[in-house]
Design a protein around this ligand. Structure first.
Ligand code: AMP
Length: 227
């Protein structure tokens, strides 16, 4: 049992927002370096069979995510991914697993504050794509698009700079956890309002009993660890 009642509300402190706009040369060099690290991280622990690698990544993620009960409020089981992030090999393998299904179909990665920044920035580099931060209300300095969404006992707002995604750009959404799907749904609305198209949603963990997928229509969803 993970989240048993209300979905989490404002659990994330503010996170740093990487700047988009690295030159293609820098992006491609970084992408190669990350890919090399990832290949060696995955192959050290699984066969070259992609489905075996995926199963391996899922088991390793499950082992390294900590359940924190009654945080941030009673009834919530918070998925703490900090042990996973502290393991360099697993972190690299997870970045590869998040990125791999979307190679060649993404122009921009949009990471959802705050853990979607930690995962999304290296995924962007692995895909040779730019990075756009989707932030909680009031954190971005310039003109924004805003989308509010309901949580069970609360509501929240997600913002994106109005010029962060250009019309026609293919956008991959990245977050750590899909619970009710409200956050990701708001993210898809922001991208659509900017004229972008959502290539997919890639996430570390899904809590399927909360029904998030049903809110997300036909968007391709890729999850490493389904609880
Ligand atoms: P939701 O909008 O209900 O799908 O919630 C997803 C957002 O809330 C993500 O940005 C997650 O970081 C966060 N979240 C939801 N449930 C949990 C959980 N059990 N543990 C950690 N983060 C969660």
């Amino acid at each position: 049992m993970h989240i048993v009642a209300n979905p989490p509300t404002e659990m994330d402190p503010g996170g740093g927002a990487p700047s988009p706009g690295d030159s293609p040369r820098v992006a491609s060099a970084a992408s190669s370096a990350i890919s090399a690290a990832v290949v060696s991280a995955v192959s050290a622990n699984s066969s070259s069979d992609p489905s075996a690698a995926a199963a391996d990544a899922s088991m390793r993620v499950a082992a390294m995510v900590r359940d924190v009960h009654d945080y941030p409020t009673p009834g919530i089981v918070f998925k703490d991914i900090t042990p996973l992030l502290a393991d360099a090999h697993l972190f690299a393998a997870v970045v590869a697993a998040l990125a791999d299904p979307f190679r060649g179909v993404v122009d921009v990665v949009a990471g959802i504050e705050a853990r979607g920044f930690i995962l999304g920035a290296p995924v962007a580099l692995a895909l040779g794509a730019g990075f756009v931060p989707l932030r909680k209300a009031g954190k971005l300095p310039r003109q924004t698009l805003r989308e509010s969404y309901d949580l069970e006992y609360d509501s929240a707002t997600l913002e994106m700079h109005e010029d962060a995604v250009h019309p026609g750009q293919r956008v991959l959404l990245v977050d750590d956890v899909i619970a009710t799907g409200g956050t990701a749904e708001a993210a898809t609305r922001l991208v659509a309002r900017a004229g972008g198209s959502v290539s997919g949603l890639t996430a570390l963990i899904e809590l399927p009993m909360l029904g998030g997928r049903s809110r997300l229509g036909t968007i391709p969803i890729h999850v490493i660890y389904i609880v």
